[in-house]
Design a protein around this ligand. Sequence first.
Ligand code: URA
Length: 234
Amino acid sequence: MPPSDDAEATRAALADVRAAALGCVACKLAGDRTQVVFGTGNPGTPMVLVGQSPGEQEDRLGEPFVGRAGQLLNECLQECGIKRKHIWITNIVKCRPWERTTGGRGRNRDPEEDEIAACRPWIEAELALIRPRVIVCIGAPSATLILGREVAISRDRGGWFTEHPFRPAHVMPVFHPAYLLRQHGPAFDELRRQFVADLDSARRMAVKLLHEPAPSAAPPTPPAQMSLFDEEGG
Ligand code: URA
């Protein structure tokens, strides 16, 4: 099915936002980056995944989740029948936060509050244009920004949140795959199982919500979007 005019307009508007983001110098990360890592995927999707910040590989290649954590994410998405081309994947911070090490390639670090605040307009613009039905927050910093309150992933993962600044999307926090990679043996297996179950639950919620009108916005064009998310969708 050809993309609708609506989907084409969203794609064009996101391309404009991306072009503006590529020149962003709103925080100190700008001086140390190889490139801005903007979101990628399907702008007509009902489901957006929001991570924390690019690491070394993402900074090098210019795409979110292409390092080790991204490979684990891809595997787990595939187990739920989700391809990256079905969804939009982005981060709350678009440039790699890192610190110099003696003789090394530098070490990734968590983004600081001022960096998260400076980058907020970009994720707001992405979500305002895509208008996803479901937002999956990968890790606590992402969930804290999207929900507007402190989140403990071990307590809140897999749950649905509907009262937050990005209404009317349904929001689910999940573990960060980088956290899973730091576990071993049965602990890793169990957290990985939970991660896959959460992604699958998010997929099912996105499919369910596509059949319902959005509470406060015009419903997206279901036929084009559903074909991306139905059982046969390729
Ligand atoms: N971790 C993230 O949160 N985002 C990426 O893009 C890669 C690793």
